[in-house]
Design a protein. Structure first.
Length: 283
């Protein structure tokens, strides 16, 4: 029987020989490394490792994990190991805008997202059709100021019911409460425009057009209790000029938002994102 492809993550205080220790364990198992990335952060004193490898038939995973546990005790190392095919499960939150959801669904269908979309939850019925087309469960959970606590409880119930490993806010136009944000910290990803300067409130691209911006972009980040200040996973920006109408800017912004969010989801799903204080390391 053929072996499997695995993803190994490790993070520990930086020290001489740490990478060699991990490489030795991998070599002792006869594992064929296909990709390998590492980074030492001199500011935080942390060392990060991300590797993929192909295991031969008969790979003794339990023994390898025991060896990693022993190394972890010596090195104060946090690690995880999973088969690449065991993709994490994502629950996607949406409102009325469809561009980010469509991009996520397309990549998931082609096997390029790195995650399974377990369910879609929305505070509107607008995008139910897309869920039906992809045979994905859809849950409508209306949100008003009066019902927000009950709505968030229903959302957390959906996350548990579908065994979702993480949550994607794909232009979900509701702010999670501090309690919900903390309960999902490190496993919920949001996307927002980042027109420069940043315009808040309604119709940001109209505001950007009125001010004659020359650069627009998008930022994907982890959700925290501090609104839009979580660790950044992915960003992109493109130059614009006076020829762009407000509608043109909005169209360009939607394209950037969809691409940046999918890039962030893929990086998280493949375990290539490491929290490093208030920043991230992304391989």
């Amino acid at each position: 029987m053929a072996g499997h492809d695995y993803i190994l993550r490790a993070a520990a205080p930086d020290a001489i020989g740490l990478l060699a220790d991990v490489a030795t364990l991998v070599a002792q198992q006869g594992l064929s490394v296909t990709k390998s990335h590492d980074f030492a952060d001199l500011e935080t004193g942390r060392f990060f490792i991300w590797q993929t490898f192909t295991a031969p038939a008969g790979f003794e995973r339990a023994g390898f994990e025991r060896d990693l546990d022993q190394l972890a005790k010596r090195r104060a190392m946090h690690w995880s190991l999973r088969r690449r095919e065991d993709a994490p499960r994502a629950l996607v939150l949406v409102s009325k805008a469809e561009h980010c959801l469509i991009d996520l669904l397309y990549r998931a269908r082609r096997g390029k997202l790195g995650a399974q979309i377990a369910a879609i939850v929305s505070n509107h019925e607008t995008l139910r059709w897309h869920a039906g087309q992809h045979q994905i469960p859809f849950h409508h959970i209306p949100v008003t100021p009066e019902t927000k606590p009950e709505a968030e409880a229903a959302l957390l119930d959906c996350i548990a019911r579908y065994s979702a490993d993480f949550v994607v806010l794909a232009r979900y136009m509701q702010v999670l409460s501090n309690g919900a944000a903390r309960s999902l910290e490190g496993r919920s990803i949001n996307i927002h425009h980042s027109a420069l300067p940043s315009f808040k409130g309604a119709r940001p691209y109209d505001q950007a057009h009125a001010r004659g911006v020359k650069l627009i972009g998008a930022t994907a980040h982890y959700v925290t209790a501090e609104l839009d200040e979580g660790p950044i996973i992915a960003q992109d920006a493109e130059a614009v000029d006076h020829l762009y109408s407000a509608r043109d800017l909005a169209e360009k912004g939607r394209d950037l938002e969809a691409r940046v969010l999918s890039r962030a989801v893929n990086a998280h799903a493949e375990g290539r994102v490491f929290l490093n204080g208030v920043r991230t390391v992304v391989f």
